[in-house]
Design a protein. Structure first.
Length: 360
C-alpha cells in the first residue's frame, strides 16, 4: 500500500511488484539455508534452530529502515497536513519541480473530491457498489493466487519433487526451484510489468500453469515414480514443468494480485480493502499448507489435475472480471471502477469494456 501511494504511476507497477520479488528472494534463501543445514550440521535441534534464528536479520533491517521513511503523501494530505504531504512527495521524488507540484495538486484534488462525496469512513462505505466490486476483486485475486498450486509447491517443494520422482535430489532441486522463482520475478519486474499489463499477465499465466499441471498429472499417472532414486525421463519432464510453473507464476499470479490490489482502492478505503485482501491471502495460504501434504500423498497425480482445473477456471475469471489498470493514476481508478461495476453487472456490461477502455 505504501509503495502504491508513493510511487509515480509510470513505475508503480515495478515498485509494487518488488513485494513479490523480495518474497521469492527470501524463499530462495531459505531453501539454500535449509539445504546447507542438512548437509553441514549434524542431526540435532540446531538443524532447525539456526535457520529460524537467521530470520531475525532481515526483520531487524526492515524495522530499522521503517524509522527512516516519511509518512505517505496521500495519508498526510487526507489528514489536512498539506505542507508535510508536499515535503514527503518532494523527498520521495528526489527534489522539487513543477511536475512534483502538479502531482501534489492532483493528489489533493482527488482526496478532496473523495471527502466531498462521503464524509467519515464507515463499514457501510465498503459496501458501496464500486467499493464492493473492488473488495470482491481483492479477495478473489488472492484466492486465485493460492489455488494456482504455486503456494503448495513453495511450501512443500521437497515432497512435491519426491512425488514426481526426484528421489534423493528433492532438497537440492528445491534450492534451484527458489532461484528460478527469483530470476523470473526479476525479469517480470524489469521488462514486463509495464509492457503487457495486468490483465494479460493473469490470462496467460493461468492458462500456461494449467497446461503445466495437466502435463505433470499425465506423466505421473502414466509413469509413477520408481522409488529407486534414479531420475527417469518422465520425472525429468515433470520437474521441468514444475520449474516452468514457478517461472510463470512469478510473472503473473505472484506479483499481479498484490500490485492490482494496491492500485484499485480509493484513499478512503484503501487500508481496509488491502487488509481484507491480505487476510484472505494468508488464510488460504494457511489452508493449503494444511491440506497439501494429504493431497499429494493420497491423490497423487489427481492433485496436479485439480490444480490444472483451478488454473483454467482462473482464465474465465480473469476474462470476465479483471479490468486493465496499467498506466492509470490512483485518482483515475474511480473512472474505471464506476458505481455500475459489480461482480454480477460486469457480465451484463461486458460489451461496453472496449469503448470504456479507449476513453480512459
Amino acid at each position: 500500500m505504501y509503495s502504491a501511494e508513493m510511487a509515480p504511476k509510470e513505475i508503480r507497477g515495478q515498485l509494487g511488484s518488488l513485494f513479490q520479488f523480495f518474497f521469492t528472494l527470501g524463499v530462495a534463501v531459505s531453501y539454500w539455508v535449509d539445504y546447507g543445514a542438512a548437509q553441514h550440521i549434524e542431526p540435532s535441534t540446531a538443524q532447525w534452530r539456526i535457520p529460524v534464528a537467521l530470520q531475525l536479520v532481515p526483520g531487524g533491517i526492515l524495522g530499522l529502515g521503517m524509522l527512516l521513511t516519511k509518512e505517505s503523501t496521500r495519508w498526510l494530505a487526507q489528514h489536512d497536513r498539506h505542507e508535510e504531504a508536499l515535503q514527503s512527495l518532494i523527498w520521495v521524488r528526489g527534489g522539487d519541480s513543477v511536475e512534483v507540484r502538479m502531482e501534489f495538486h492532483e493528489i489533493v484534488a482527488g482526496i478532496e473530491e473523495e471527502e466531498r462525496q462521503t464524509a467519515g469512513v464507515t463499514w457501510r462505505e465498503y459496501w458501496l457498489p464500486a467499493n464492493r466490486y473492488r473488495i470482491f476483486l481483492a479477495v478473489t485475486l488472492q484466492i486465485g493466487a493460492q489455488i494456482t498450486g504455486n503456494t503448495s509447491l513453495a511450501y512443500f517443494s521437497p515432497q512435491v519433487f519426491q512425488a514426481v520422482g526426484a528421489g534423493q535430489n528433492a532438497l537440492l532441486l528445491s534450492g534451484f526451484f527458489g532461484v528460478c522463482k527469483v530470476v523470473s520475478c526479476a525479469f517480470f519486474l524489469l521488462f514486463l510489468v509495464e509492457r503487457i499489463g495486468r490483465r494479460w499477465s493473469l490470462l496467460a499465466g493461468s492458462f500456461l500453469m494449467g497446461m503445466y499441471m495437466f502435463i505433470i498429472s499425465v506423466l505421473t499417472q502414466r509413469y509413477p515414480p520408481m522409488g529407486s532414486g534414479t531420475l527417469t525421463p518422465p520425472a525429468i519432464a515433470s520437474i521441468s514443468m514444475i520449474f516452468l510453473e514457478a517461472m510463470t507464476f512469478n510473472i503473473s499470479w505472484g506479483p499481479i494480485p498484490w500490485l492490482y490490489m494496491s492500485e484499485i482502492f480509493p484513499t478512503r478505503v484503501r487500508e481496509g480493502g488491502i487488509a481484507v485482501g491480505a487476510a484472505t491471502q494468508w488464510l488460504f495460504g494457511f489452508t493449503l499448507s494444511q491440506v497439501t501434504p494429504a493431497a499429494v500423498n493420497n491423490l497423487r497425480w489427481k492433485a496436479f489435475l485439480m490444480f490444472c482445473c483451478f488454473n483454467w477456471a482462473l482464465v474465465l475469471y480473469t476474462w470476465f472480471f479483471i479490468k486493465e489498470t496499467k498506466g492509470l493514476s490512483l485518482e483515475e481508478m474511480d473512472i474505471l471502477f464506476n458505481a455500475r461495476r459489480t461482480p454480477i453487472s460486469v457480465l451484463a456490461y461486458r460489451h461496453d469494456d472496449k469503448s470504456s477502455d479507449d476513453d480512459v
